[in-house]
Design a protein around this ligand. Structure first.
Ligand SMILES: [Fe+2]
Ligand SMILES: [Fe+2]
Length: 174
């Protein structure tokens, strides 16, 4: 594989920052859920945070494999003031839309640079992954809107999301 060019190198380091920030944001949301009586949503968010760290690592590995040294950037303090589970999941959905935009921007740069290794080796995977990420968050938003103020419904959904499975692909490169 060719050495990673300067433009994608810079943008992929920024994407590591974005993915780690996503984890940080979801940990912050988990903290609100834990403190406000929704342990299932909290646990779901912590698993989501782990997935984001795995996303960060995928870029980490790609930069490495393309013979460049990762440069870690600063992570800002995430929001922590929310009013309801619906508000949080809407914020999570909007955040995923933002991340999808970043991935699409990376793909544009890869194409401009004729970097097929980046395009096919990592970015195509992320484009598919973002479709799932958006869908997952949006599904919860839809359910929370249906539930509204029904305490029993909220309790049930908290339990359901708390049971989310978390597995790491055995082929994942540490
Ligand atoms: Fe991500
Ligand atoms: Fe995500």
């Amino acid at each position: 594989m060719p050495e990673l060019g300067d433009r994608l190198y810079k943008e992929m380091n920024i994407q590591i920052q974005e993915e780690v920030y996503s984890a940080y944001l979801y940990y912050s949301m988990a903290g609100w859920f834990d403190a406000n009586g929704f342990p299932g949503f909290g646990s779901w968010m912590r698993r989501q945070a782990m997935e984001e760290l795995i996303h960060a690592q995928k870029f980490f590995t790609h930069i490495n494999e393309r013979r460049r040294e990762v440069e870690l950037l600063e992570i800002k303090k995430p929001d922590n003031k929310w009013g309801s589970p619906l508000e949080i999941f809407e914020a999570a959905f909007n955040h995923e839309l933002h991340i999808s935009g970043k991935i699409h921007d990376l793909m544009k740069v890869a194409r401009e640079e004729n970097d097929f290794a980046a395009e096919m080796g990592i970015l195509q995977w992320f484009i598919d992954e973002q479709i799932e990420e958006e869908e997952t968050a949006n599904e919860v938003v839809t359910k929370l809107k249906m539930i509204g103020d029904d305490k029993h419904g909220l309790y049930q959904l908290d339990k359901e999301l708390g049971a989310r499975a978390f597995t790491i692909d055995p082929a994942f490169k540490w």
